[in-house]
Design a protein around this ligand. Structure first.
Ligand SMILES: NC(=O)c1ccc[n+]([C@@H]2O[C@H](COP(=O)([O-])OP(=O)(O)OC[C@H]3O[C@@H](n4cnc5c(N)ncnc54)[C@H](O)[C@@H]3O)[C@@H](O)[C@H]2O)c1
Length: 339
C-alpha cells in the first residue's frame, strides 16, 4: 500500500511539529503539500521535504490530486472554510482544536459531515492518546473504582503569549479539560461556572488568571479545574478522579527522582505541552494515518466532540462575565441523523 499523501495547512508551531513527526516517526505517510498564509515559510519548508510542494492557496492545497488527507494547523478562525472544503472534496482531515471558533459554525460543520453519510473529520484533542489518560480511562471503564463522582484538575502553564486574554484561557486552555471530562465520563457537560480568584500580580494587566471552572455533567458529576497560565514555573496537568471505591490520579511528573548534593531531592516538571504530550501527538497522528489508510478515516474525537467543546466553552466565557453558572446550550445528537 502506498504512503498516505498529506497536505499540512499552517506551518507555524503545530504544523511544523506535525511535519517533523510525519518525517521521522510516522509509518505509512508523507507530506506531499504544505501551505501557509506566509508563502515563503511554506516554500522554505517544502524545499527540505522530499517530494513536497508548497501551494499558496489553502483551498487549492486541499483540492490538489497529490493530496489524500489534510492536517489543519491554521488558526481556528480559518477552520470552518477549510473544513467545508475538505468535506466538499471528500478528504479526511485532522483538524487541530478548535473545530471552529463559535457554536453555530461548529454545528454547521457537524451537519454537513452528517449529510455526507461518512466521517471525515477528526479533532486534535490529543490528551485522549496520552498513555496516562488512556490508563485512567481504562481503569474507569473496567469499573474497579466503582462509579466516578468527582474530578479535580489543575492546568498550569509557565507563561502565555501577550495576546492571550481571559476568554482565551477558557477557549484555548480549559477546552482540554472540557474534552477530558467528556472522554473520561462519556457524557455531556450541562453547566459551567467560572470563579475568579484574586489575579496573579505577575499576570499581564487585565488578565483574569488563575480561573476556577466548575462543570456539572448530565448525571450530576462535579468537576473542578484550576487553570493558571502565568505560574512562571512549568507545564503541569494533573487530573484526579474520585469514585465510589477509591480515587486515581495522573500527571504527577514522577519520572526520574534524583538525590544530589548539596541536599537536593526531586525530579523535573515538563517545561511545555510539547514535552508533556509529545507521545500523545505521535500516537494521535499514527492512529489517524492508520484509520485513513484503512478507510475508516477517524480514530478519536470527531466533529461532534469539537461542537460539544465549543458549546461548553461558550457557556464558560459567558460565566466569566457574570460569575454565575451557565447552562450549556446544545442540540441533541439524535436530532442530527448520522452525527
Ligand atoms: N492540540 C494542542 O495541544 C494545540 C496546541 C497549540 C495549538 N493548537 C492549535 O493548532 C492551531 C495552530 O496553532 P499554532 O500554535 O501552531 O499557531 P501558529 O500561529 O504558530 O501557526 C499558524 C500558522 O498558520 C498560518 N496561517 C494563518 N492563516 C492561514 C490561512 N488562512 N491559511 C494557511 N495558513 C494560515 C500562519 O502564518 C502560521 O504559520 C490552532 O488551531 C491552535 O488552537 C493545538
Amino acid at each position: 500500500m502506498s504512503d498516505l499523501r498529506i497536505a499540512v495547512l499552517g506551518v507555524g508551531m503545530m504544523g511544523a511539529d506535525h511535519i517533523a513527526r510525519i518525517g521521522s516517526k510516522i509509518a505509512g505517510a508523507r507530506v506531499s503539500v504544505v501551505n501557509d498564509y506566509v508563502t515563503e515559510k511554506a516554500e522554505q519548508l517544502a524545499a527540505t521535504i522530499p517530494g513536497c510542494r508548497a501551494i499558496s492557496d489553502p483551498l487549492d492545497a486541499i483540492a490538489d490530486p497529490d493530496v489524500d488527507a489534510v492536517i489543519l494547523a491554521t488558526p481556528g478562525t480559518t477552520h470552518e472554510k477549510q473544513l467545508l472544503a475538505c468535506l466538499e472534496h471528500g478528504k479526511p482531515v485532522m483538524c487541530e482544536k478548535p473545530l471552529t471558533t463559535d457554536v453555530a459554525t461548529s454545528l454547521e460543520v457537524v451537519k454537513r459531515e452528517a449529510e455526507l453519510g461518512k466521517r471525515l473529520i477528526q479533532v486534535g484533542f490529543m490528551r485522549r492518546f496520552d498513555v496516562e489518560y488512556a490508563a485512567l480511562k481504562a481503569l474507569l471503564d473496567d469499573g474497579d473504582l466503582g462509579r466516578p463522582l468527582v474530578m479535580h484538575c489543575a492546568h498550569r502553564n509557565p507563561t502565555v503569549p501577550p495576546h492571550f486574554d481571559s476568554s482565551m484561557i477558557v477557549k484555548d486552555s480549559l477546552v482540554h479539560e472540557v474534552d477530558v471530562t467528556r472522554f473520561l465520563f462519556d457524557e455531556e457537560i450541562t453547566s459551567v461556572q467560572m470563579v475568579r480568584p484574586a489575579a496573579n500580580p505577575a499576570a499581564p494587566e487585565g488578565l483574569q488568571d488563575p480561573q476556577i471552572a466548575i462543570f456539572h455533567t448530565a448525571t450530576g458529576k462535579h468537576v473542578d479545574v484550576e487553570v493558571f497560565v502565568t505560574t512562571g514555573v512549568a507545564y503541569e496537568v494533573r487530573t484526579e478522579v474520585v469514585a465510589e471505591l477509591g480515587s486515581a490520579m495522573i500527571g504527577l511528573d514522577v519520572g526520574l527522582l534524583r538525590k544530589s548534593a548539596p541536599g537536593h531531592w526531586g525530579g523535573q516538571i515538563t517545561p511545555s505541552f510539547k514535552e508533556r504530550f509529545g507521545q500523545a501527538y505521535d500516537t494521535e497522528i499514527q492512529r489517524w494515518v492508520d484509520a485513513v489508510r484503512a478507510g475508516t478515516n477517524v480514530d478519536g474525537p470527531g466533529a461532534w466532540d469539537g461542537y460539544a467543546a465549543a458549546a461548553v466553552c461558550a457557556a464558560g466565557v459567558e460565566s466569566l462575565e457574570t460569575g454565575q453558572p451557565v447552562t450549556v446550550e446544545m442540540v441533541s445528537r439524535d436530532s442530527i441523523k448520522g452525527a
